[in-house]
Write a protein that binds this ligand. Sequence first.
Ligand code: SF4
Length: 325
Amino acid sequence: EDILIEVRNLKKYFPISGGMFSKVKGYVKAVDDVSFSIKRGTTMGLVGESGCGKTTIGKTILRLNEITSGSVKFEGIDIHALSKKDLRALRPRIQIIFQDPYSSLSPRMPVGEIIGEAVREKKLVPEDQFDDYISQIMLDCGLQVYHKDRYPHEFSGGQRQRICIARALALNPEFIVCDEPVSALDVSIQAQIINLLNDLQDKYKLTYLFISHDLSVVEHISDTVGVMYLGNLVEYADKESIFKNPLHPYTSALFSAIPIPDPDVKTERIILEGSIPSPANPPSGCKFHTRCRYCMEVCKTVSPEMLMVEKGHHVACHLYTGENK
Ligand code: SF4
């Protein structure tokens, strides 16, 4: 198997300050022992409610955050063990696209320069081919060449996201973290951007980690899907098996909230009781136990291990660990 990204026992804890003169009061375990891998040329969707740690995972994989413990390997290279110099050399190959395209685009720079700035700085293409290179990237991203001289404020939200995608693509990356890239856009525009990302994946052999709270978006782009709850990955499987047969009670609840277009199909809508507990003070045992309708005694004290219950389908829940028998 051609694994491009391998995340092992990743932990990212943020200290909680006790005020100006006192020591650290504790830690927010934003990512707490998460493992998964992504095959080259595929997309892993990462879903969960806000505050579950999915964005922190994206940033930590790219080393925009330092790691607390664990490892992230890109083609077998441990990203967090690299020297600053080697990390800089690797940077173009691992890119990120954010939710809000406008805030990440310099308002005083024309679009051609925005897209080409880092390409020129890193001398990725010879100067005499630079203009053609940038024009081609823009066309591939659904932008017109005459847009080069325009400024970000002259574009719609969808076009701005195309500019951000073009800027990332111009560096010839292999892996892109897409962090809620369509959440701020209208539904019709969302579909266009998802189609664009799918087309670019085929053409440029890209691998994506696609972070979203929106399952219907994730369904259109992912090959595998991971579900996060309070810093833990609770289920992880091929898209077909997780959508057809969600095993973790949290996944079932999330998926039952997706509207189904066919009125003859009746699915029970599972309403989650209570709100998400604070990540600074998560429940003991299975962190979902305060909201789970199947909660057993063991769930309150023992954290369930991630197990493979069918080929490629992993779940962390005592309903499957045998602890309930
Ligand atoms: Fe529910 Fe227990 Fe499974 Fe957690 S381990 S999801 S509390 S059944």
